[in-house]
Design a protein around this ligand. Structure first.
Ligand code: AMP
Length: 276
């Protein structure tokens, strides 16, 4: 497995690589990331995993500086998972000049997580488009854990005619159903025990839908109240139409229930798809 730090070296290494799959990550890799690498493996001759904590997608009061960086261990895991190239540029290598040209995301980027993280999705789309232009992959794999991100990346690729096939990978969870996340490492032991409550709250909404209930606001409020009563600060719990991320209606058949909430100083997100 090659470890590459510069755009020029990456270009040289991928010139005759055959079919290429890209897995963009911010490192601190866990089994969720590795499942993306394994899917990428099935679609390409050469799997490139990028590790880059992208300053553009963090707000001024967010965790850019403290984001966990575990490069050596990440590389060991990637090698074992069958990755061919780790692309880990420095900030200067990826942003050699101030990034004045950015991708303007669709309106949905101001909703859900975007309502609480202004500018986040512009930062995500800009780095993803840069990585796609650098690596020139045939396919790129993203996790459904970041459901809104996957949706917005699909919109960018479609509307900007980016010639990359996007694959959405299922969420990998811990034994208690907590979605794996690099930010789980911020949790104290008692917080880690409590963290599954977010998924349980979303499951409660799903159970309501499965029982035929369609008063979405009441279902959302019950979940938010359960989390608040357990000490969480809830950003949102909402029932959406999976295909559009628009609020669910009486006609919706394919739902996604999305939630984001703070446990202490850690912001966790999760979602559940449900087909009625
Ligand atoms: P991150 O390093 O958090 O930027 O995530 C990199 C990629 O891994 C994104 O496409 C995420 O959606 C995906 N990912 C993160 N956690 C999981 C998980 N638990 N299951 C599946 N994919 C995940």
């Amino acid at each position: 497995m090659k470890i590459i730090r510069t755009v020029a070296e990456l270009r040289a290494a991928t010139e005759v690589a055959g079919r290429i799959a890209l897995v963009p990550t911010m490192g601190n890799l866990h089994a969720g990331h590795l499942s993306l690498v394994q899917q990428a493996r099935q679609h390409a001759d050469c799997v490139v995993t990028s590790i880059f904590v992208n300053p553009l997608q963090f707000g001024p009061n967010e965790d850019y500086a403290s984001y966990p960086r575990t490069f050596e261990v990440d590389c060991q895991k990637l090698e074992a998972a069958g990755c061919d190239i780790v692309f880990a540029p420095t900030v200067d290598a990826l942003y050699p000049v101030p990034q004045q040209v950015t991708v303007n995301p669709p309106p949905i980027a101001n909703d859900l997580c975007g309502a609480f993280r202004p500018g986040h999705f512009a930062g995500v789309l800009t780095v993803v488009l840069k990585l796609m232009n650098i690596v020139q992959p045939d396919v790129a794999v993203f996790g459904k854990k970041d459901y809104q991100q996957l949706f917005i990346i699909r919109a960018m690729v479609e509307q900007l005619n980016v010639p990359v096939q996007i694959i959405g990978a299922e969420i990998v969870r811990a034994g208690d159903a907590l979605a794996l996340s690099s930010r789980n490492s911020y949790l104290s032991d008692p917080e880690r025990m409590a963290a599954v409550q977010l998924n349980r709250a979303l499951q409660g909404v799903r159970d309501g839908l499965a029982a035929g209930r369609r008063e979405f606001a009441a279902l959302e409020q019950a979940a938010q109240q359960a989390l608040a009563a357990a000490g969480w600060k809830v950003d949102y719990v909402t029932v959406r139409e999976a295909a559009t991320l628009a609020p669910a209606t009486a006609d919706t058949r394919y739902f996604v229930i999305l939630g984001a909430a703070w446990l202490g100083r850690t912001r966790l997100i999760d979602n559940i798809e449900y087909a009625a």
